[in-house]
Design a protein around this ligand. Structure first.
Ligand SMILES: [Zn+2]
Length: 391
């Protein structure tokens, strides 16, 4: 963490300088433009008197040249100054962060099939971000053939999301209406919230939209059961149409945050409908890797120091448990209270007849003849009666 602070401090200095210089540059340029304007006027005035330059013009010109030279010199020295600050950021990064992470890499982990899978994950990530051209270029270069049907949902989602970001509701509404049944089945309030926002945008137009707003309110009908209160509030706000919603007790309806919210709700519900995770698997893995990397680099160094390099050779298993934080919890885990290990597919949790749960390995170790005594309540039972538990 300390390393981050050092780098951030250097970065802060650069940003401060940038904002200062920005204004300074603008001022110098404005002055120069004024000078040039004066010069132009002088020249225009003396256009009719042919012959050599008048005394005034040559004076103004000399001044102007001097001014330009000074300004350029000042800008050059400022540039030098800012350049040294920027390079200090780079040095701080080099000094405080480990640039060589190859020690924790596993040789040959991106060969053949894994390489293809990695490319596929990257392509899907770009589709999700709406960077279709990048995805297609990657497909071509890596020789991947991606099915069109795989791409289409992302193209559509991105189109709708882009429209929502600029407060255009129509594409999202059309999508929600055509998927109404499935959205309702997953308890989504997306369609209602879209209609609500459309209604609010009509309210903002004032009394001119009164008739249209009333007409539009019919769209709330399918949602009357679940959103009765919201609908009542919306209808109540119509009373204040004349004096403006912004001057009424209903001013909260205009909250700008709900536009950011609707983008999130749309992404979440549409992804759920299409059976996709909300976040791209690539960015999730990447951020998990960033959290785990320092711990892995440390453990690798310790392993090498103590000369027990054989310890970490299993390719799909880490030598230590790394806590990635709550954000990365996707499912419940169960640790066997007897073996003090997390249960796995090979060693699943088993429920005993008395209701206590231990791992299968613990169970196998504990039974005596054909009888098993529960380690918690001493109930005797047959090990065959234990049932596997799925979380
Ligand atoms: Zn028990």
């Amino acid at each position: 963490m300390d390393q981050c602070v050092t780098v951030e401090r250097e970065l802060e200095k650069v940003l401060q300088k940038f904002s200062g210089y920005g204004q300074l540059c603008e001022r110098s340029l404005e002055e120069l433009i004024q000078y040039a304007g004066g010069l132009r006027r002088e020249i225009l005035q003396s256009e009719n008197q042919d012959g050599a330059l008048s005394g005034t013009i040559s004076l103004v010109m000399t001044q102007c040249c001097k001014r330009i030279k000074d300004t350029v010199q000042k800008l050059a020295s400022d540039h030098k100054d800012i350049h040294s600050s920027v390079s200090r950021v780079g040095k701080a990064i080099d000094k405080n962060f480990d640039s060589d992470i190859s020690s924790v890499g596993i040789d040959g982990c991106w060969q053949a099939d894994s390489q293809r899978i990695l490319n596929e994950v990257m392509v899907e990530h770009f589709f999700r971000q709406g960077m279709l051209d990048v995805a297609e270029e990657l497909c071509q270069e890596s020789g991947l053939s991606i099915d069109q049907s795989q791409k289409e949902p992302f193209v559509e989602l991105n189109r709708i999301l882009e429209a929502l970001k600029v407060r255009v509701l129509r594409p999202a509404l059309e999508w929600a209406v055509s998927n109404r049944e499935m959205l309702m089945a997953q308890n989504s309030s997306l369609e209602f919230k879209l209609h609500r926002l459309y209604f609010i945008s009509l309210l903002m137009g004032g009394t001119v939209n009164q008739r249209e707003a009333l007409q539009y309110a019919k769209n709330f009908q399918p949602f009357a059961l679940n959103h009765q209160k919201d609908i009542q509030v919306l209808m109540g706000s119509l009373v204040y149409l004349r004096q403006g919603i912004e001057n009424s007790p209903y001013v909260h309806l205009l909250d700008a945050n709900q536009w950011a919210d609707i983008c999130d709700i749309f992404t979440r519900d549409a992804c759920a409908l299409l059976g996709l995770s909300v976040e791209s698997p690539l960015s999730v893995s990447f951020s998990a890797g960033c959290v785990a990397l320092p711990a892995l680099i440390n453990i690798k160094a310790v392993i090498e120091q103590r000369q027990c390099t054989g310890v970490w050779n299993q390719k799909d298993e880490l030598p230590i448990e790394v806590d990635l934080g709550k954000k990365c919890w996707y499912h419940s885990i169960f640790a066997c209270p007897i073996l003090r290990q997390q249960t796995t597919d090979n060693n699943p949790p088993m429920k005993l007849v008395c209701g206590h749960i231990i791992s299968r390995d613990a169970l196998n170790k504990m039974f005596n003849g054909s009888k098993l005594k529960c380690p918690y309540c001493p109930m005797e039972q047959s090990p065959g009666d234990a049932k596997q538990i799925f979380f």
